[in-house]
Structures are given as structure tokens and as C-alpha cells.
Design a protein around this ligand. Sequence first.
Ligand code: ADP
Ligand code: MG
Length: 527
Amino acid sequence: MSSIVTIIDNDILVPTLQKGLYALAACSIIGTAAYLGYKAAEPENKNILQNRNPELNERIETVLESLRLGDDSLRQIMQLLEQEMDTGLSPATHAKADVKMFPTYVRNIANGSETGQVLALDLGGTNFRVLLVNLLPQGEVRLTSKIFVIPQSIMLGEGVNLFHHLADCLVDFMKQEKLNQPGVHYPLGFTFSFPCHQEGLASARLTSWTKGFTCAGVVNEDVVKMLQKAIDEKNINVQCVALVNDTVGTLMACAYKKPHTSIGLILGTGTNACYMETLDRVGTWNGDYEEPKQVIVNMEWGAFGNNNRLNHVRTRFDEEVDLSSVNPGKQIFEKMISGMYMGEIVRLIILDLMQQDLLFIGQCDNYGDYRIPLFIRGGFYTKFVSTVETDEGIAFSNTRRVLQDMGIRNPTYDDCAIVQHICKNVSKRAARLAGAGLAVLINRINKPQITVGVDGSLYRYHPRFKRNMEKCIKNLVNKNIKFEISLSDDGSGIGAALTVAAEVLSCQSDKNSSDKQKPKQRRRSHV
Ligand code: ADP
Ligand code: MG
């Protein structure tokens, strides 16, 4: 009888079994190694760097420790911010305040009933957009828009050239959309996201440039007048009816969909927030005290810390980012949070660890090679922070790609894990600082339900910003308040259009009440 045992003789069987056992052992070793590798590189693993020389890990952790802010630190920062807010709101101290708390003249939030067609310009800091916003019944919004570039030469040049450029882009867009019919009048909302002392809805003086702009001849000038002059020179029938800060636009656009919205937040090139404040708390208010006794206050919170009050939480990397900026000593809170600076903080930490021989070991021969993006100021974009943090598991394919693009040859697992660890620490600190700021506002408004509308690419694209912010706010706000953080899609531009529509509504209402001697009342608006 022939069986498998009889066919394979002993000489063949023993080596075959041996080979099998060797293969099994090899598989187990490879499997264990892969598991240990995975554990070492696992994103949420606190011992992420456990395979490294512990002495090196401790040194890395010492550097990153300076970025970690516990809840007690945040509570202290909240107290400081609230003091700064009161300084900004009081007429006696407003002039010397860093957090300016500008009243905006926007007193009604959109309620979803506004309809009509409005043009809007949205000058953010990185992007400039022209929009045509169609506000349809039942709160539906249809939008067409075009993004234009603001060349560096214009950002740093003469102010008049900036406004000519904005008007040129508007003309270009109107041609594209065939909005040049004779006799038709187009109202325009202008989202201008720089600190302005507002003197009316369509009148605002720039107090200082931020976010890399330094155009000459604009500070202290009325930017609506400058824009309108440039528009009029183009012979187009467009009238700027309202200037809004991007935070205000964001609040308005979110409120159009969610009625409990009372805070607007920007997390883009810069950061800032606005909220609905009761008039009796706004000492600097010089308008009327009719109903509604409230006004949206544009905080300009990016300037929090300009007077050194945040020095105890700033790191040497923050100081370096500040010193190499176009506005040293200014926008201190913003420089710890926003998109314009986050990537640069990460880059400086990477360079520091490289210099200490804790990262990219053996690659330091490249150090100081200015053709390699990693060594160029601004070379590590904030969008890379999002890309790196999107990696889960051990492959680090995104991180590897980013590092290779930055000029790092063959980064190791450890290199990738450490860079991701740095990104997570920097972005988490930013989210917690912004969260502490929001917690101040939520506690101050103190309504049972509060929605925060947020716009800006950092918030929109970073994989953890929202989650980190929410987690921290939960620990800092009064337990009886329910809060919700909601993306206000295209909020800053749509909000300007809504503000225009709300203004037309209020003008119509005023006209009607004086025509018919009726008390002022809220009506549907059509522009
Ligand atoms: P603006 O501030 O002009 O209104 P955005 O809201 O688009 O424009 O913000 C631009 C900022 O967002 C830039 O500083 C950029 O670094 C940052 N950013 C762009 N893409 C991302 C991304 N994927 N993840 C994180 N930040 C990003
Ligand atoms: Mg914007």
C-alpha cells in the first residue's frame, strides 16, 4: 500500500520538517517584531518612543513638555483673557487694551428669512474670494465664487494698489457671471479680516495690519471709502453696504441655519472670535440703546498676550516665530494657534531635535543646506501638520512623503513617529488655547444652549482640531450649558451677504415705520 509516509523517505522528511520549523520560528520572530514595531509607532500610544534609547526619549519629552498646558493653566489663561476683555470694553482703558473688543454695529443675527442676490468680497489673509450669494426662501443659499491671488508685492506695497486689485478682481468676476446689466444696482458686503475700529456698518478704520500684510497708507483710513473709490473708478454699479469681520460673517452664516449661534470663530491664516454681547456690558458703545439691546463684539483675540501676560506659557519656539515675523511683539495668542505659524513652530522643534542629534540621526550632513525646504523659514506648511496627523498605524506613508519632500532621505519609523508626535503636541496646544478662549465666551453668554460657528482651513482640514477643542471645553464650561461647535461652510463670505440683506431689511423697516408711523418691526428682507 502506498501512503504519503511511505512515498517520502526519511532522508527527505527530516530536512523538510526542519525547514518547516525554521520557517515557523522565522514567522513568529517577524510577527513579534512587526507587533513591537506597531506598538512603538501606534499614534495614540503614550509610550510612542519606547524603542528609542530612553535617555534620548526623555530629552525629546523635555522639549515637548513646554507645549503641554493642563486644565489649571488653561483656567488661569481664561481669567487673564476675561480681564483683557473688560479692559477692551471699558472706555477708560480701551485705548491701551490689546484685546480691542470692537463693537460691530451688527445687532440682529440672520434668521433664515433674508432673500436676494448680494455680491461679497472676502479678504482673509491667504485667500481673496469674490462671491455671488443667492439667498433663497427657506434658508437655502446658492453660491458662485472665484478665488484670486494677492501677490506678495501687493501685500507689502501701497494701499491704493491693494484696493485697485480688489476692484479689478470684482470686475473680472462680474464679467464672468454676466453681472453687468445697465441699470441694475448690486449691493456688496466686504469681509475684511483685519482689526478695524468700526464707526458704522459701512465705515471702519484699520487699526493695524496683521497676517503678513503691511500695505502703506491704510492704517487709520476708512477701508470702505478706499474700496468704494476703487470700485467707482471702474464704472460698475456696485455699492458697499456693509463691512464685516470674518468672525462676524461666520457667526451670521451659521445663525442662518442654527438659531442658537452666538459665537463666531476663525481658525485660518489667523485666529479671532466674536460673540453677541449685551449692550450694558459694552462701555465703548456709542450707538442707540433701542431693542435689541445687544451687539456683536469683534474681540480681535489674536492680540491677547501682546502685553507679555502669556509669557509664562510661551516657549522659545514661539519667541523665535514672533521675532522672525513682520510684526514682532504683536498677535501673540494668534502666533501660538493659527495656520500662518503652526507649521513653522513644528519646523523649529524638528530643527532643535536634529541639532541635539535626537532626530534624523545621520542626516545632519545636510544641516544648513538652504536648498532643502526643512531648513527654509516657512518650509514646513501647516497643511503638512494635518497630513502627518492623518497617518494611523505603522506605515507612516503620508509622513514619509512629507519628510521626503522636505529633503529628508529615507526617514526611519522612529523619525516618522517623532515628527508625528511633535505635530500632535503643537496642534493640540493650539486647539486647547482656542478652546479656553471659547470657554470664556460660553460661560459669559451663559445660555442653556450655545452654538459656535467656525470657519477657516485649519479647523476644516486638521483631523483632530475639533475633537481636541471640544474635549478641553467640556472641562472648562459650566456643566448646565450645552454647546455645539459647527463648521460654517464658506461662512465668512456668505455672512457678509447676510449682513447686507439684514441691513436692507432694517432700512426698509425704518422707512416703512416712518412712512406709516408704525413702530419698527422685523420683516422678511429682499435685496
Ligand atoms: P484665510 O485665512 O485667508 O481666510 P483659510 O481659512 O483658507 O484662509 O486659511 C489659510 C490657512 O490655513 C493657511 O495659513 C494654511 O496654512 C492653513 N491650511 C491650509 N490647508 C490646511 C490643512 N490642510 N490643514 C491645516 N491648515 C491648513
Ligand atoms: Mg477666511
